[in-house]
Design a protein around this ligand. Sequence first.
Ligand code: FUL
Length: 455
Amino acid sequence: MDFGTFLSNAANVVPSKRQLSWFDTEFYGFIHFGVNTFTNKEWGDGTEDPGIFNPEKFDAEKIVEIFKKAGMRGLVITAKHHDGFCLWPSKYTEHSIKNSPYKNGTGDIVKELADACHRNNFKFGFYLSPWDRNSEYYGTDEYNTYYKNQLTELLTNYGKVFHVWFDGACGEGPNGKKQEYDFPGYIELIRKYQPDATIFNDHGPDVRWCGNESGTCRHSEWAVVPHELVFRAEKQTEGSPVDSSLKYIYNTDKELGSMQNIIHSQGLAFCGSEVDMSIRPGWFWHENEEPHSLERLWKTYLNTVGANCCFHLNVPPTKEGLIDERDEKRLYELGEKISKAFSKNLAEDSVFEEVAEDKSEYHTSFDLKFSEETEFNCVVLEEDISKGQRVENFALYTQNDFGNWSLQFFEGTCIGHKKICVFDTEKSSHIRIVIISSRGEVYLKKPTVYKIDEE
Ligand code: FUL
């Protein structure tokens, strides 16, 4: 295959409708809650007594309210973690909330949260750990049936689901055996009952893991990546222009979608990156842990939502079932910071146009002209990714006193769904966005421009 065909194929790898709507969710909450909350552990071993689970003040409405104020647009609850304890009264096991004192065995945390989400126009999703250290079926074919039964309960009884989260962890069950998960079968069920839901897994199909849990994304976080990595996603292209192959690829690699990597791939897929991180060191609540600083969370927001990823921030409820006051305060601070930063778009009345004399298929420039000199330190760029993710390198310029476009103040690689560029304050009536290289014709939306509080 010649390089031109390869490039144009890469430029035309497109997201599904459900992937586009996942990208627009941008920032959503993760809730790790269960028996570990009561045993002060991160991983339960499956022998926990359901009698210990009693979050007497659990208030789903309040959790949704707090998450909304933080700027989140949805949440994902650990319906079952590795210990196998179910936060909903599953018909298929006794290891669940129905044998807990919570609401005298009539409680259903999944339902309370799902209802609160749906009432408040907030997206609802769930995590159902494939690894189960309690189930007697684990390590046999019957476990896949058990897992699918549970998946069906969650997919059919709790209204619309936006995101299903498959953890990659696969350890031993109570009988010392490991399980072969029937992922194709699980995915088929989700497509059948919740066709609009995106599915998260290390290997796709819809959303992939960024490769760490510390809230960082890679320098160039492409949503178009080798199918060798996301082999559960739809392969949209075939073949490579070079005589080699990707012998090894994993989520933790430094380069995934960059040209020097994809050129060796035998087929590409669309699969965006989710950055999952906890507001505290642990995923579950531990009294002696503190939330991360506002500065760290804000930086993470800019480097995820603003770097072609989604930000999945875990905030674990306490034993009482409430959000820890320390976390609540931090979330309010973060929400305020986000809404303040992006409340006034200085480019509202500006004129945006492509610079015709500069244009080729792989290189172009755009001008943003304000009606007067304007102070700004943030430009938000977005590609219309429904047509594909294409920009490989860009730079932002202003004019010098002689009207030459010689002052570069920012340089970047990918744009994709959203690129938030933050830099030292500039004062100008013009911004030129130079697309240094692209995989095909560039569809850039009109940028927005801000003067963000620098503290
Ligand atoms: C990991 C799990 O082992 C952790 O407990 C946590 O749920 C995290 C989000 O995923 O694989």
